[in-house]
Structure formats: structure tokens, C-alpha cells
Design a protein around this ligand. Structure first.
Ligand code: ZN
Length: 331
């Protein structure tokens, strides 16, 4: 009986002890759960705060970048205004140069203008251009010698004449103007149609270029721009030359050496001087020929030069950009 009581007591003690352990465990769990809940609550409270702080930081950075951008934009705007102001000043100076207005151009611009457009030394004088067609030939050498002895420059409108390569070179090397007068001088070919004209033009132009290195920019139509030996509209040829940047020259005085018969030296000189004296023009272009058989032209040349030089306010000059073109056809 005693043993049974003891066992019951022991069992009761064990049961009490187990109950105490359970309560302790339960408390622990509750305590842990509380910690978790508090942690979650704290996290929920802190997270928006942290996010807000981060967001504020980023907003601050963006704000600074925006301010910097506005400053750069402001600088650019000022620079654009400065560029516009300078451009307007330059424009007004250009106008001053173009119109010779009272506002003076800058010294730098004046120097540049003088470099680009040299003054014409014969401005205001009557310009007489001696022009020789249909060469070169043996007569070309004699003419070049005469021109050299007077220190005069002339203009040669040449055709294609193989065998006279030295004369082409002499013309250019001695400072005369070399112009084109077609390669073949055969009317039916040169004026066949615009393609025929263009082909012949390229032929004489490249021939001159290969022999002399000179790019000729002057042309005289075989027969002149007023010739009626063909049915092709001359305006087509004139327009084509214009497209090519080539200037054509006719004449307003003729020495008369292209007639079918040979005229005396005196007749050549007299008819030429009569035309010059009757002409009221600032530019006089005299048609002559340095073709074979024109020996009287060679003989008349020194006499003619001296008579022209004796005139007042007259200069014998080669054809250049300073010479106003003489045209038979009014465009
Ligand atoms: Zn001719």
C-alpha cells in the first residue's frame, strides 16, 4: 500500500513537472511570436520611412541635375544670341563692301577683296583688242615677233593645225590669250547640230590643253555669231558655251583680210583706222587672220599698232575678264 501511494505520488510529481515544462514552452512560443509580430510591425513602420528617405535623396539629385541643365541651356541661349549678333554685323559689313556705302568694311575684308579682284589698270580707257583667227601658221611667228617688239599682247583664236605645235606654245608662253575657233572650221561639221558643235569644241579645247596646259575659256564662232551659213539655231551654241563657262567674242572692226582677193597694206590700214575712228565704243575688237597667205596682214600690223597707239586714251590689250565681250547677236 505504501509503495502504491509512493508510486501515485511520484506519478503526480511527474505530471506536475511535465505541466510546468509545457507552460514554460508555451510561454517561450508566445514570447517568440510576440517578437516576430513586433519585428513585422517595426519593419512595416520603418520600410516606408527608408523608402521615403531614398526617394528624397533621388529627388534631390534629379533637382540638382535639372538646375545644371537649365544653366547649360541658358549658356547655349546666350551663345546663340552672340553668334546671331556677329552674323548680323558681318552681313552689314558685306553690304558696305558691295554697295560702297558709308559704313567702312573691316581692313581684313578690304585686303581680301583686293586680292580676289585686282584693279583693272586700263579702266576708263578705250580698249583695243587685236585678234587673229584661223592660225596658227608660219605667219604666226612673224606676228608674234612684231607684237614682242612693241611689247603688246594680243589674242589668237586658233583651229586645229597639227605641225604648228611650237606656235601654240609660243602664243601662251609669250603671254597672249589663246581662244578657240573650232577644231575643223568646217561649217557643215561644226554646225551640223549641237552634238557636232560640242564634239568639235571639246576637240579644240583638249588639243590646246595638251599642247600648252592652258584651259581656254574664250571662243570665236567660225563666221562669227551672226553667220548665216547654216540652219542650226545659233542660240543653241551660245547657250552651250554659257553652260561650259566659255565666253564668245565677235568683232566690231575688221581689217578686211578675209576677202577673196589680197588687198594692199595701205588699204588694210586705212579701212581699219576709218572703222576705229567712226566707232563710239569703249571696247574695240579688230578681226585679223594669221592664216597662210595673209602676208599683207603681217606687213600692215606694225603700221596699225603705231596709228592706234597715237590715239588718245587708248590701250591695246589682250582679251581677259576685264574686256567687255563684243557680240553680233543681241541676247
Ligand atoms: Zn575663221
Amino acid at each position: 500500500m505504501e509503495e502504491v501511494k509512493e508510486d501515485i505520488t511520484t506519478d503526480n510529481k511527474k505530471t506536475e513537472s511535465k505541466g510546468t515544462e509545457d507552460r514554460t514552452e508555451h510561454r517561450k512560443r508566445i514570447h517568440t511570436l510576440k517578437k516576430v509580430i513586433v519585428g513585422i510591425l517595426l519593419s512595416l513602420l520603418l520600410l516606408p520611412t527608408i523608402l521615403s528617405v531614398v526617394a528624397l535623396g533621388q529627388i534631390h539629385q534629379l533637382n540638382m541635375q535639372l538646375n545644371q541643365s537649365l544653366l547649360i541651356l541658358s549658356d547655349l541661349s546666350m551663345q546663340v544670341q552672340e553668334v546671331r549678333r556677329i552674323a548680323e554685323e558681318n552681313n552689314s559689313q558685306d553690304v558696305a563692301i558691295d554697295t560702297n556705302a558709308s559704313q567702312p568694311a573691316s581692313r581684313l575684308q578690304q585686303i581680301r577683296m583686293e586680292d580676289v579682284v585686282p584693279a583693272d589698270p586700263y579702266e576708263g580707257m578705250v580698249k583695243v583688242c587685236l585678234t587673229f583667227d584661223d592660225g596658227p601658221s608660219r605667219n604666226t611667228d612673224a606676228i608674234l615677233d612684231i607684237l614682242d617688239s612693241y611689247g603688246i599682247k594680243a589674242t589668237f583664236f586658233v583651229n586645229g593645225h597639227p605641225g604648228f605645235e611650237d606656235q601654240y606654245r609660243r602664243i601662251v608662253e609669250e603671254g597672249h590669250t589663246i581662244g578657240m575657233h573650232s577644231y575643223s572650221h568646217v561649217y557643215s561639221d561644226v554646225y551640223a547640230d549641237i552634238d557636232g558643235f560640242a564634239t568639235d569644241l571639246e576637240e579644240i579645247r583638249s588639243y590646246i590643253r595638251e599642247l600648252t596646259g592652258e584651259e581656254s575659256i574664250y571662243y570665236r564662232f567660225p563666221g562669227g555669231s551672226s553667220n548665216t551659213v547654216h540652219t542650226m539655231p545659233m542660240q543653241e551654241c551660245i547657250d552651250y558655251l554659257d553652260e561650259m563657262g566659255i565666253t564668245y567674242f565677235d568683232w566690231n572692226v575688221s581689217i578686211g583680210d578675209a576677202l577673196g582677193y589680197e588687198r594692199s597694206v595701205n588699204a588694210l590700214v586705212d579701212t581699219t583706222m576709218a572703222q576705229i575712228n567712226a566707232l563710239d565704243a569703249q571696247t574695240i575688237v579688230i578681226l585679223m587672220h594669221d592664216a597662210p597667205g595673209k602676208e599683207t596682214t603681217v606687213e600692215a600690223l606694225p603700221i596699225l599698232i603705231e596709228k592706234i597707239q597715237a590715239l588718245d586714251n587708248v590701250a591695246i590689250v589682250p582679251i581677259t575678264e576685264d574686256v567687255t565681250p563684243v557680240h553680233h547677236v543681241i541676247q
